[in-house]
Design a protein around this ligand. Structure first.
Ligand code: ASP
Length: 349
């Protein structure tokens, strides 16, 4: 069972004023010297999201503030640092959803460092849209004002998104074809704002050397990303095809909804309930696909942020509290053994 500890949170904190941020920076294999590079940027991402919430911004703004930090950091498989596809180009997928049930998913985004900001801007006019990154969208970005180009991290050639870190890993054959790699993960963020509203976002370069045009689970609503104010919000990471075939997120959302129908405060009354659901659904995923899988972060309605994975590790950052005070905040790599690793010295204890 993997969960964020809730023990230090005071019961005097009113649930509806509680805010939560949880991010992931990918799940998979653990490479100490590389995976630990993610800790500081994950902490920064959590901080950036929290600042938005403290300012009273809606949950989706907080999600994008966190995603941008990780998309801009070469130690994550998103934005600058995304894996190239079979043609050597970083093609990214992003899904952003808010709990009032609107989403924007963009597939095969090119020459953009912060696809989450593009998705947020496209969401503002209130529609839901799943779109490939068309030639027209690329032309609009190419012709945009400098201010917009900067906001989106627009670059004039594909190779500018290939980071030295990724090139080195590829040169040393450290990433299998078709893997999203343990040290170098997809990024995701799930937020509950002070009004109890959810948002979730997931951003990825996909699996290494993917077939040109291939889409994984990341931008698919109900799989890589989901938010519904009445149920939960979640974000996944891992082998996209396996997560899609296993309907992992769908079963988890369905379980949460069933529990909430029985008791609207189920996750407050039984804090272990979310772990029970995650344990059950991840066991099922592992049974169906023993060699593949991934991880997930989730906040159920009325409950605390939780995470789970069936891979060697998942990288996590989170913060929970109110606008006036932080109750808990941490960033770490959670190993399957149950250990939480924050720095290399933790491994030698
Ligand atoms: N799920 C992503 C994909 O399959 C990769 C990842 O999360 O690591 O594209």
């Amino acid at each position: 069972m993997i969960s964020v500890s809730t023990q230090s949170i005071t019961e005097t904190t009113r649930v509806m004023s509680r805010m939560h941020v949880i991010v992931h920076g990918g799940a998979g294999r653990f490479y100490p010297e590389r995976s630990l590079n993610k800790i500081d940027p994950m902490s920064e991402a959590v901080e950036a999201a929290w600042e938005e919430l403290v300012k009273g911004k809606p949950a989706e703004f907080a999600v994008v503030a966190a995603l941008r930090i990780m998309e801009g950091d070469e130690h994550f498989n998103a934005g600058y640092g995304g894996y190239p596809n079979a043609n050597g180009i970083v093609l990214q997928d992003i899904g952003l959803m808010r709990g009032s049930r609107e989403f924007v998913s963009l597939l095969n985004v090119r020459r953009i460092t912060y696809p989450s900001s593009v998705a947020l801007d496209m969401m503002r006019d209130g529609r839901s849209l799943m779109s490939v990154w068309t030639h027209e969208l690329m032309q609009q970005a190419d012709a945009a004002d400098e201010f917009i180009k900067e906001r989106y991290g627009w670059v004039d050639s594909h190779d500018k998104l290939l980071s030295p870190h990724v090139l080195e890993m590829l040169a040393r054959n450290q990433v299998e074809v078709g893997s999203s790699g343990g040290s170098h993960g997809t990024v995701g963020c799930v937020v509950c704002d002070s009004s109890g509203f959810f948002a979730a976002g997931t951003s990825t370069g996909g699996v290494n050397a993917k077939e040109n045009g291939r889409i994984g689970d990341t931008p698919i609503v109900g799989s890589g990303v989901f938010a519904d104010n009445e149920i939960c919000a979640l974000s996944t990471t891992g082998h996209g095809e396996t997560l899609l075939l296993g309907l992992l997120s769908g079963f988890i959302v369905s379980n949460i909804r069933t529990e909430l129908r029985k008791d609207a405060n189920a996750f407050r009354h039984r804090p272990s309930l979310m772990e029970e659901i995650l344990d059950q659904e991840f066991s099922e995923l592992s049974r169906k696909a023993p060699d593949k899988g991934g991880g997930l972060i989730v906040i159920p309605r009325g409950g605390m942020p939780r995470y789970q994975c069936n891979s060697e590790m998942i990288s996590i950052g989170y913060r929970t509290g109110t606008r006036n005070s932080v109750a808990e905040s941490d960033s770490f790599i959670h190993l399957k053994t149950g250990e939480k690793v924050r720095r290399i010295e933790d491994l030698n204890q």
